[in-house]
Design a protein around this ligand. Sequence first.
Ligand code: R5P
Length: 296
Amino acid sequence: MTVPLLMAMPGNEKAASKLAARLGWDLGHLEIRQFPDGETYLRLVTTPAGRVVALVCTLDRPNDKLLSLLFAAATARELEASKVGLVSPYLAYMRQDRRFKPGEAVSSRQVAHLLSSSFDWLVTVDPHLHRYGSLSEIYSIPTRVVHVAPLISQWIRMNVQNPLIIGPDSESEQWVAAVAQEADAPHAVLEKIRHGDRDVEIKLGDLDRWKGRTPVLVDDIISSGRTMLESLRLLTAQGWAAPVCLAVHGLFADRADVLLAQAGARVVTSNSVPHATNDIDLTPLLAEAVSQIASL
Ligand code: R5P
């Protein structure tokens, strides 16, 4: 059987080459550039004919990436790839999962429809499933989800003495409890009310019985960073040590990484989105998921 092909969309070269090495797949090449008027030129340099092709494209800052990703997938199909899969460690547009105000786009469903029409399968990492029970509610293609909780627990065990694991809101309770249990540490959840994109109100509650422990704030996403920054501000005001801020996906809008570092936090993320804070490598778990779904 022909060896499958992984191709990196721009910015995903390191992740794709580590994944290809782990899977024993070939690494293909595509050429992509802007025409002078801003339109996209794309060429699959490695021919995909008769091969399973997986495009690697994490989808932070997705608006710049989605169109060329759809071009690459359509071209692979036109050039007779036997299957075209998507490895997207960070899956964008999952948070608008409801029409909160009349007339709003439910972009999670719309992006799911676009990607389901262009790909045969999808592998991603801890997608933000809040009001959806699973990806299959909006994606019509087979999907595999990589869960990072065990790697987060392992990182905490190896790097933090006497931790207290803290989740930002009641929705994170189950996930945070599982992380804490495997890290052999107690946990607490805060109360969060979001008033706007950059306006969150946090209530710490009574954490006194764990005073002296190192707070480890864990969340699935750091976006504007307001959730982490406000939690950190309240903790340090109550005399807690500067916390570790741990997230699966570090998006760091609004220079959130700089602000968190300036506030004294140690920030750690998985490499779902390339960043200097990456200290949790997803390659082995991604490889396992890709190899399972590609063999369906
Ligand atoms: C929300 O439900 C998520 O779990 C995160 O707490 C949220 O996306 C973080 O956003 P930000 O960094 O903008 O506060």
